[in-house]
Design a protein around this ligand. Structure first.
Ligand SMILES: *Cc1c(COP(=O)(O)O)cnc(C)c1O
Length: 386
């Protein structure tokens, strides 16, 4: 892997076509024909690579995307899915049979999937806080086979030490999966730090334009092969058109995320100085609790930050409603900046006590920094906070 990440974003995985297209065309077909039964059986039985049926992922547009995704995460293999949740579900079903530990705050859908649907199959799922490493270790020492975590987390940007947790998992033969959605491969490479799987909601930074829904699971071939059958039979395949759109987006991933990193830091610094902001949650600020670990394991600190505004939940709602450039919407990672108040959206389903336990104040606002000019975003926040 001698070429730089920007070069690989543009070139990795692309296949040549007969007409000289500079990128992989969209094979918008569900099936592929064969000259003879013997040729068909070669592909069906895996003796030869080839295209066969799109739901199986045996479609050139999807395979080109997966080769690019694997390359960007430094993985042997990657599977693309129709959503981030579909990728997580296939991972949990394929590798979670002996129990799953989820460490730290995770995406609401992840917590619901683990705490309710997966648990209903008699799989032991343990939803632990990010600092409950001893408890996590005792669960995996008891045979729990999979640990899942996000870092930085949503919405308090807690940073968990991937290398340390990977060593803990491997002492007990457990596997570690990292949801790398917030960091993206530009800022963090979990597999290099010892993780076994990387999961993405490609709906966010990888797609980057708030116009597609997709997911990714990347890792070693021997660990990914068992997931293939789950994806095939759950039917959670990415569509060829979405795969092409995602490949298009990945070509600009580095330029987008580097700009979002830079703007997020500028906004975080401005908010840290603002008299009506009590606290700023951003791993790039030197006095943030996760800063030292983030500096060790991240190349840069990402495009998401949270602020706690003075005046409580109602004041935060007023700020969210007054923002003009920041749209009031869930999701993140797009070209347009977004704001959410976790207590009214992503964490609305939790009790006030549970939110407090997780450090999620009602006055917290999460900002997803887009591609606008930093000065314009800061001016928008200034007028909304005034
Ligand atoms: C959005 C998100 C998901 C779920 O992804 P979908 O593409 O919406 O299914 C999972 N993890 C994180 C961190 C997310 O932000």
């Amino acid at each position: 892997m001698s070429e730089g990440l920007s070069t690989r974003c543009v070139h990795a995985g692309e296949i040549a076509d007969a007409h000289g297209s500079p990128h992989t065309p969209i094979y918008n077909t569900t099936t592929f024909k064969f000259p003879t039964t013997a040729d068909l059986l070669d592909v069906v039985d895996g003796r030869k690579p080839g295209s066969l049926y799109t739901r199986y992922g045996l479609n050139p547009t999807i395979q080109a995307l997966e080769a690019k995704l694997a390359n960007l995460e430094g993985a042997e293999m990657a599977w693309a899915f129709c959503s981030g949740m579909a990728a997580e579900a296939a991972l949990f079903l394929a590798h979670g049979r002996d129990g799953i530990v989820c460490l730290g705050d995770a995406y609401g859908g992840t917590l619901e999937l683990l705490g309710e649907q997966i648990r209903s199959f008699d799989v032991r799922t343990h939803l632990l806080r990010g600092n409950e490493l001893e408890l996590a270790e005792s669960r995996i020492a008891d045979g729990c086979g999979l640990v899942f975590l996000e870092t930085p987390t949503n919405p308090t940007l807690e940073v968990l030490d991937i290398r340390r947790i990977a060593e803990m998992c491997h002492r007990h033969a457990a596997l570690l999966a990292i949801d790398n959605t917030f960091a993206s491969p530009v800022n963090q490479s979990p597999l290099e730090l010892g993780a076994d799987f990387v999961v993405h909601s490609a709906t966010k930074y990888l797609g980057g334009h708030s116009d597609l829904t997709a997911g990714v699971l990347a890792g070693r071939k021997d660990l990914l092969m068992p997931v293939w059958a789950w994806r095939k039979n759950l039917g959670s395949m990415i569509a060829p058109e979405t795969a092409a759109l995602l490949s298009r987006s990945l070509r600009t991933l580095v330029v987008r995320v580097e700009r979002q990193n830079r703007t997020a830091l500028a906004v975080a610094e401005a908010m840290a100085r603002h008299p009506r902001v009590l606290r700023v949650f951003y791993p790039g600020l030197p006095d943030f609790p996760g800063h030292e670990v983030a500096k060790k394991q991240m190349r840069d600190f990402g495009g998401i930050l949270s602020i706690e505004v003075a005046g409580g939940g109602e004041a935060a709602t007023r700020v969210a409603d007054r923002l003009k450039l920041f749209a009031l919407a869930p999701s993140l990672g797009g070209a347009e900046s977004l704001v959410t108040q976790p207590c009214t959206t992503t964490h609305h389903g939790l009790s006030a006590d549970e939110r407090a336990r997780r450090g999620i104040s009602d006055a917290l606002l999460r900002l997803s920094i887009g591609l606008e000019d930093a000065e314009d975003l800061i001016r928008d926040l200034d007028q909304a906070l005034a």
